[in-house]
Design a protein around this ligand. Structure first.
Ligand SMILES: *Cc1c(COP(=O)(O)O)cnc(C)c1O
Length: 407
């Protein structure tokens, strides 16, 4: 699974962006990093306000603003900032009261946090295959994977393209299961007009540096089912009713539930506020870059060298990622090495969780994960960030063409 050239970059968060003077780039005419975090220019302004205000711990005025923004955009009864999407998913595991031996259905083609959140509670992750078009969980397989121990379904909106949420919510309703959307990549993206993250009982966002809207490390839990609203606040505040105490709803604060510290500081929230204010503009700027790749790569798709992403018409994606699936038989490792030699930092993505050492030990698969294994072996992600200009994009595409067609 591992070798020198193709190190598994299992996460958006550990993409190795080679330094401009790395040996791979020594003779490269240009260097195009995989990601470059976008700053709106307002971040330091808000951080200095937080600094001047003297409220540095979590749940101050900037956190309030972020909460209000998230609640207004998702229409959720409660949105809570966390220090990561991983933390938001772990809160979901606690809120759903997942117990040892419970089962949770999820794709294998995802980041480790999707599974860890439930494995930490003793659950068995049951991996099902993904759809060929969107690489999202195949909703037609979910029902058959349900057993009397199943507690939840955790769809992951890969690349910010929505899973088949209507079908998944219907199945969950019939079997009394909860749905937790791993919407880490899907901030600002929609399914049938609804924001992703706002459809399941709970939704989890990421504001990690590698995502679209960022604050370094950060996330949010979107509580769509009001039944979890109060407990979500408690679990996030070390299991105490501190939040209710400060609102004057209880006269002393005390330990109510098993919980942890899941909240970010005000400095992080201040940074995030600058990004949330600009979220619509920065999403459209990403979409514009994405669409340009899509046009430029049409020719290579017509020549049968690769397949471009497929976005169903009822999904409004957020241009989180531009990936291509290389045609079967093409040596991905060679293509990535050639791109690196041209100075283009393209990367592959998930090593399927069911094939990882931990996944094999604690998880189970439902059926064969043929699409997962096939797609994960052929996928490469291209540099996509705000500031990537036309000439850089042209260069990425021509380097990819050379990498695919050189003898
Ligand atoms: C990035 C990501 C996460 C983890 O987000 P953090 O904020 O880094 O914890 C979880 N799931 C998916 C699908 C992701 O892409």
């Amino acid at each position: 699974m591992m070798n020198a050239v193709e190190k598994p970059s299992m996460t958006d968060s550990n993409v190795e962006t080679l330094a401009p003077n790395a040996p791979e780039f020594a003779r490269a005419p240009r260097h195009i990093p995989f990601n470059r975090p976008y700053m709106t220019g307002r971040e330091l302004h808000y951080i200095s306000q937080a600094h001047a205000g003297g409220h540095l711990a979590g749940d101050g005025p900037f956190t309030d603003r972020c909460h209000a923004w998230l609640e207004a955009s998702t229409s959720a009864p409660k949105a809570l900032l966390t220090h990561s999407c991983t933390a938001a998913l772990e809160m979901a595991g606690l809120l759903l009261d997942i117990k040892p031996g419970d089962e949770v259905i999820l794709p294998s083609f995802t980041f480790v946090s999707t599974a860890n959140a439930f494995v930490l509670r003793g659950a068995v992750p049951v991996f099902v295959d993904v759809r060929e078009d969107t690489l999202n969980i195949d909703e037609t397989l979910v029902e058959q994977a349900i057993t009397p121990r199943t507690k939840a379904i955790v769809p992951v909106h890969y690349a910010g393209v929505g899973c088949e949420m209507d079908a998944l919510m219907t199945i969950a309703g019939r079997f009394g299961l909860k749905v937790v959307e791993d919407a880490a990549q899907a901030v600002m993206a929609r399914y049938n007009g609804k924001l992703l993250g706002s459809i399941g009982h709970l939704g989890a966002y990421s504001f990690h540096e590698t995502k679209n809207v960022i604050c370094g490390e950060g996330g949010a839990l979107i509580v769509n089912d009001p039944a979890y609203a109060l407990n979500a606040e408690i679990v996030r505040e070390k299991g105490t009713d501190r939040s209710q105490f400060f609102r004057g709803e209880v006269d002393k604060y005390t330990w109510r539930l098993p919980g942890s510290s899941f909240l970010p500081s005000e400095l992080t929230a201040a940074f995030l506020w600058a990004q949330l204010e600009a979220a619509t503009t920065l999403t459209s700027r990403r979409l514009e870059r994405w669409a340009r790749y899509h046009d430029l790569l049409e020719g290579l798709e017509q020549r049968g060298l690769l397949r471009r992403p497929i976005v169903p018409e009822y999904c409004e994606h957020n241009a989180h990622m531009y990936y291509v699936l290389l045609a079967p038989g093409i040596d991905r490792q060679l293509v990535l090495a050639r791109l690196k030699a041209s100075g283009v930092n393209a990367v592959f993505h998930y090593v399927p969780l069911h094939s990882s050492p931990c996944g094999q030990r604690v998880g189970r698969t439902y059926g064969e994960l043929r699409v997962t294994e096939d797609a994960s072996s052929r996928l490469i992600r291209l540099p996509l960030w705000i500031g990537l200009d036309d000439s850089m994009q042209d260069y990425v595409v021509s380097s990819l063409e050379d990498a695919l067609t050189k003898g």
